[in-house]
Design a protein around this ligand. Structure first.
Ligand code: ATP
Ligand code: MG
Length: 586
């Protein structure tokens, strides 16, 4: 019940429909219970008394009852569904909203397929209980109570005898519940894993095919599929044992009714019509009790689904907004790191060690170093994608935690190492961070990013639709669109993470020339492997294993005898070698 209580805010706003549905249900049950009573009257007062004149009256009454039943069934159904569907709409929206606010840390460990199955299948399961399961529970209770009242009204001893085996039914139902709930949790988990496989496989199809790992993938999927099958079969076993057992116990009730009821008729304690009514009434007890298993099953599934939804809804937003966030106004873009240390995974090595630097407004900082040395990590701290373990990060002299996250991030433009494009038009992709931008602004940004020409060469120009993850563009084209996107938000701090790694030297040169102008008045962080990309920086930080091992201007570092000089020598030698080769060819 805890799960349902916690999710109350999502269904309670629609309680009106729920209660209307219950109200209609009341009439449904009332008319259902009237049915055996009509039977009893037919047998005892009409057939046995040979009172055939009453037939038309009784028929009319019966039709009346059935009309009421039909109408109330309609309202009961519709309102119940309305309640469930509206709740799910609300719930799914909130889940999606929550997914937007969760931190990078959460996504480091999250599996897309699993999240997908939570937002689709689990949400549906939860709805099913709200729409159907709960009211079924109420229907069962009302029907059992109604039938019992009628049974006791007709004959107390007969009611008691026919009910003698009910306790067994209840025990079986309880046992069933205890076994089926864990079984369903396993099914849901297994389904999430199955989804994850499909999702990962589809997005990694290039890698799979290029390494000829199709068979491996097929086997791996079969494993997961088999696991899912096993869990389902286990549950099916529980189910299939349950139903015959329930029906058997139900039939024992019928036998008691025949024996004891027959005896009562012979002694004249009850009329034959009562037995006829009892035949129906007994299944009004056994049926719901059997159904009770189904509803419990449904409830268990729903609870398991609800728990999985709550896992998302209740995950901590690790990166919290300040309690009284300051809206950054007139940001200058002064970024300061004071002795900053970062650890991604607890007890793991530090990804950044005692990083300190000062980037005054408008200056350019170059970051260079081997892969995995921590360049990207530094820039991710500026936007608070991750929280440092220790140390202080200032923007315009103020700790970044003081600012409103959203507002602060608006002032920081990021060209990610692996740019992501949506499957919309090129225009919309460029304007993603600034949807109000005019077409002129978009074109201007694209021109500066050296993207305009290739965009215009595409069939629909700026309206060209991209495939999933920007399919249909080369790596360098994606990078340039991503640069245009960053330029368009007109940020005070610009981070270019390997932004030109996938473009040729000539294009890089052009982009750099254009960027030089863009960078004016902005604090820029350039991450690059090529020295040519960052040699004009106001300060170059050379990283090794998460620590700054060298810093200074290009000219200073060049003859420092340190790692920078080594990198330069390698890249320079390459050039020499190529030039040498060219000479030989000539
Ligand atoms: N999300 C993460 N979770 C755990 N560890 C991470 C995460 N991101 C990076 N790391 C680790 O932190 C270290 C620094 O990574 P980072 O991405 O900053 O390197 P980089 O200098 O940008 O490398 P590259 O030039 O390849 O982009 C690496 O050892 C990496 O394995
Ligand atoms: Mg990186």
């Amino acid at each position: 019940m805890e799960t349902f209580k916690k999710l109350k805010q999502y269904y309670w706003p629609y309680k009106r429909y729920f209660f209307l549905s219950l109200f209609s249900l009341f009439f449904v049950v009332l008319t259902t219970v009237a049915y055996p009573i009509v039977m009893q009257i037919t047998v005892d007062d009409i057939i046995r008394e040979e009172n055939y004149g009453l037939v038309p009256v009784l028929s009319l009454v019966f039709i009346g009852i059935m009309i009421v039943k039909s109408i109330s069934t309609f309202f009961h159904q519709y309102m119940g569904d309305y309640f469930g569907i509206s709740t799910v709409f609300n719930l799914r929206d909130s889940l999606y909203k929550k997914l937007q606010s969760l931190s990078f840390h959460y996504y480091d460990n999250a599996k897309t397929g699993d999240l997908m199955s939570r937002l689709t299948a689990d949400v549906e399961l939860f709805r099913f209980f709200l729409s159907f399961g709960f009211s079924e529970l109420v229907r069962i209770t009302l029907l059992v109570l109604g039938s019992l009242s009628v049974m006791f009204y007709y004959s107390v001893p007969l009611a008691l005898v026919t009910m003698a085996s009910m306790p067994f039914l209840i025990v079986v139902v309880r046992k069933f519940d205890q076994r089926v709930h864990p079984a369903f949790r396993k099914i849901r988990k297994s389904f999430g894993r199955l989804n994850t496989r499909v999702q990962e496989n589809v997005s990694g199809m290039n890698t799979v095919k290029s390494l000829s790992r199709e068979d491996f993938e097929i086997d791996r999927f079969a494993d997961k599929g088999d696991n899912y099958r096993q869990h389902y079969l286990n549950t099916a076993t529980i189910w299939s044992k349950y139903f015959p057992l329930m029906e058997f116990i139900g039939n024992i009730c019928v036998v008691s009714l025949l024996g004891f009821g027959g005896y009562l008729v012979m002694t004249g304690a009850i009329d034959v019509g009562v037995i006829v009514a009892y035949f129906t009434l007994i299944w009004y007890l056994v049926g719901p009790l059997m159904n009770f298993g189904f509803v419990i099953n449904n409830f268990s599934q729903s609870k398991a689904a609800g728990e999985r939804l709550l896992e998302i809804l209740e995950s901590e937003d690790e990166i919290k907004n300040a309690s009284e966030p300051v809206n950054p106004q007139g940001v200058k873009g002064h970024v300061t790191f004071n002795d900053v240390t970062l650890t991604y995974v607890e007890n793991d090595d530090q990804a950044l060690k005692n990083i300190s630097f000062d980037a005054p407004p408008g200056k350019t900082i170059g970051l260079i170093g081997a892969t995995g040395s921590g360049k990207t990590s530094i820039t991710q701290l500026i936007t608070r994608f991750y929280e440092p373990e220790q140390g202080e990060l200032l923007l315009d002299g103020r700790p970044i935690e003081d600012y409103s996250l959203k507002e602060m991030r608006k002032h920081i433009g990021f060209v990610l190492q692996e740019p992501f494009l949506f499957s919309t038009s090129i225009k919309d992709n460029i304007a993603y961070g600034n949807p109000e931008a005019s077409m002129d602004d978009i074109i201007d940004a694209a021109k500066r990013a050296q993207a305009h020409d290739f965009i215009m060469a595409m069939p629909d120009g700026y309206d060209t639709l991209l495939g999933e993850r920007g399919m249909g563009l080369s790596g360098g084209q994606k990078q340039r669109i991503s640069i245009a996107r960053a330029i368009l938000i007109n940020p005070k701090v610009l981070v270019l993470d390997d932004a030109t790694s996938a473009v040729d030297m000539e294009t890089e040169f052009k982009i750099q020339k254009a960027l030089k102008e863009v960078m004016k008045g902005r604090t820029t962080f350039i991450i690059a492997h090529r020295i040519s990309s960052l040699k004009h920086s106001d300060e170059i930080l050379v990283l090794e294993d998460g620590a700054i091992v060298e810093r200074g201007l290009h000219e200073q570092l060049l003859n420092n005898g340190g790692p920078y000089q080594r990198i330069y020598d390698i890249q320079y030698q390459d050039k020499e070698a190529i030039l040498g080769e060219n000479k030989q060819h000539a």
